[in-house]
Ligand binder design. Structure first.
Ligand code: AMP
Ligand code: MG
Length: 423
């Protein structure tokens, strides 16, 4: 007797694995943003992708300097077993060096970041001395080189401090600045067009409320456009395509001409109203469209002219999960980034769970502090792929591999925090 499928994820036979889909995607990536490199001032470079190796043209710090406010001295002057008195010769402040060398028995008042006077090799903290206007006395026991920072201890001249393909974080900009670079050569921004699809979709805030019968508000475009913007790509919000074959084909065809990547959600399955796949096949080609994942499954990768194409599922949770795990690395790769995969963290499962083998699953979970202080993943309920609250009231995704069929509370699971992939 035939049994009706009570789970739309029952049939997994002809579905591609996540690993294979990511591999195909990776093989298809060429940096499309190579065609126009831009020299960009540091303050506009955050989140952008570096198109050059940055080599330090000088040592940083450029001179030995003091790590504290105190007195610079020659370690050889210090008595091993009793106090030492030294005469104060002047001061070395940050940006205002003391220009004379230090002779035996001499010291110089020095401040944090100030250049070490010639001959001085050690600094005593001001709290550790008794001082008059002209001399200090310090106790024994100060180590050679104490409180001194060496020239080049951060970066040596000739070091490659930043590498091509890196996405620039605030600290990367600081490192570039520390070796004197005011501008960096970057890949141009990737141009990404975002469509929603579906006759049922209405624009929030549009005049004509209340919501027409049968309509739902378009949530996906707001999630997806914001995520793409977080990658510092140039996003075009291309609106909602109706469930009409010609309109979908015309919309995608026109947008392919001036974008590097087109991102759609919905309309990629096998329903009568699903025209996205047909349009991509007519305009270009489709690499795959069915992946063994939950949520998701109808997830398409293709090419239209020079533009890459990713068709995300329509349900908002599925759209976001598939974006984070599949579209995001593609966007980064096309834009020139070399590090595409997000880091997953091991956390303790706070739940029992059973799943079918053969597909990869992502569950939305909050992180709470577990018994031993380590983070523990607590599932949000319900987990439906239309439950946007499951994305909002959680910290990230528990990722469960194809082979796993059962998770027991207390075991370790992989966790992808949204913060890891939000930008
Ligand atoms: P589809 O893949 O087009 O069949 O869509 C699957 C489900 O996702 C349907 O319930 C759609 O109404 C819903 N959906 C599709 N696109 C969106 C969107 N942009 N915002 C909110 N829900 C959507
Ligand atoms: Mg639809």
């Amino acid at each position: 007797m035939n049994k009706l499928a009570d789970d739309c994820f029952n049939q997994v036979e002809d579905l591609m694995t996540t690993a294979r889909a990511l591999e195909i995607m990776r093989q298809s990536i060429v940096t499309v943003t190579r065609d126009r490199l831009e020299s960009v001032p540091l303050h506009q470079a955050l989140g952008r992708i570096l198109a050059e190796d940055v080599t330090a043209g000088l040592d940083a710090p450029p001179h030995d300097n003091s790590a504290v406010d105190g007195y610079a001295l020659r370690h050889g002057d210090l008595a091993a077993n009793g106090p030492t008195a030294l005469s104060i010769q002047g001061r070395s402040a940050a940006g205002q060096p003391f220009e004379r060398p230090l002779a035996d028995g001499q010291t110089v008042r020095i401040f944090t970041g100030a250049v070490m006077p010639q001959g001085a090799d050690t600094v005593v903290m001001q709290e550790d001395v008794s001082a008059t206007a002209h001399a200090i006395t310090l106790p024994p026991g100060l180590k050679l080189g104490a409180n001194r920072r060496l020239r080049g201890e951060d970066t040596k001249r000739g070091d490659v401090v930043l590498q091509r393909g890196q996405r620039l974080r605030p600290q990367d900009l600081g490192l570039a600045a520390s070796v004197g670079r005011g501008e960096l050569t970057l890949y141009r921004r990737l141009r990404v067009g975002v469509f929603s699809t579906g006759d049922e979709l209405a624009e929030p805030g549009a005049p004509g409320a209340p919501l027409p019968s049968g309509a739902v508000y378009d949530a996906n475009r707001y999630i997806l456009a914001a995520l793409v913007r977080g990658l510092v790509a140039a996003v075009s919000d291309l609106g909602i395509l109706p469930d009409n074959a010609a309109a979908v084909r015309d919309g995608l065809g026109a947008a392919a001409a001036d974008h590097d990547l087109l991102l759609t959600s919905g309309g990629v399955s096998v329903g009568e109203g699903d025209h996205v796949r047909g349009a991509v096949e007519a305009l270009g080609h489709l690499n795959f469209w069915k992946v063994a994942i939950k949520p998701g499954r109808p997830l398409a990768l293709g090419q239209i002219g020079d533009a890459a194409f990713v068709g995300l599922p329509g349900n908002p949770v599925a759209a976001m999960v598939c974006y984070l795990r599949f579209a995001r690395p593609l966007i980064l790769g096309l834009a020139g980034a070399s590090d595409l995969d997000p880091v997953l963290y091991r956390v303790t499962s706070g739940f029992d769970y059973e799943k079918k083998p053969g597909r990869r699953e992502w569950l939305r979970a909050r992180l709470e502090q577990g018994e031993n202080g380590a983070p523990c993943a607590v599932l949000y309920r319900p987990q439906g792929s239309g439950i946007i609250n499951s994305l909002v009231r959680t910290h990230g995704l528990v990722e469960i591999g194809e082979d796993v069929t059962k998770i027991t509370a207390g075991e370790a699971v992989d966790f992808l925090p949204y913060d890891e992939v939000a930008t």
